[in-house]
Write a protein that binds this ligand. Sequence first.
Ligand code: HQG
Length: 182
Amino acid sequence: MSSDLVQLSKFLSYVLRHKPEAIGLSLDEQGWVEIEELIRKCNAAGTRFSRDDLLQVVATSDKKRFSISPDGLRIRAAQGHSVAVELGLSPRQPPAALYHGTATRFVESIVAEGLKPLTRQQVHLSLDEETARRVGQRHGKPIVLKIDAGRMHAAGFDFYVADNGVWLTDRVPPEFLSLPAE
Ligand code: HQG
């Protein structure tokens, strides 16, 4: 993706996940906004782009960060929100194991308290260790925790899959976490 489109992707993540009010936008309860209104308000706020630019960002996003509604009129962030949204996802049976990448400096606290969503709406989990490692790397020296998702689900915890395949759950208590073998 060109650097202009990367910048645009970051701006869209900011607006659609965290600060819609920064450009006078409000998300509906499932996080959707009209594409036409989004473009108009971004342009008015000084971030100029066309519908084609937007569609290119959506199509080429490495993590499929954005979803377009089936009628092509609306867009939302697939996950990662800090603003309250109800994505409308149905609970799903998770695989036996899921993974969470984090930085080594957070591990002591995570082992004591479990995984919490902190600034986001839910905890984000990956299907494979390699993806989790990349997520963890964003925060520092990465470490991948294994989540006993099968046992958590059997204990009554709900799991969801975002439009882009990221697994979500409200929290992970410490008893369902394991550290990699030394
Ligand atoms: C950690 C990216 C201390 C948690 C990725 C993480 C993902 C704790 C950090 C998405 C803790 C929060 C989300 C506890 C959790 N004590 N630290 N009890 N519980 N943490 O960025 O999962 O590139 O909010 O381990 O691909 O890193 O933005 O969450 O390290 O899908 O599109 O607190 O964001 O996508 O960090 O990443 P984040 P995340 P994008």
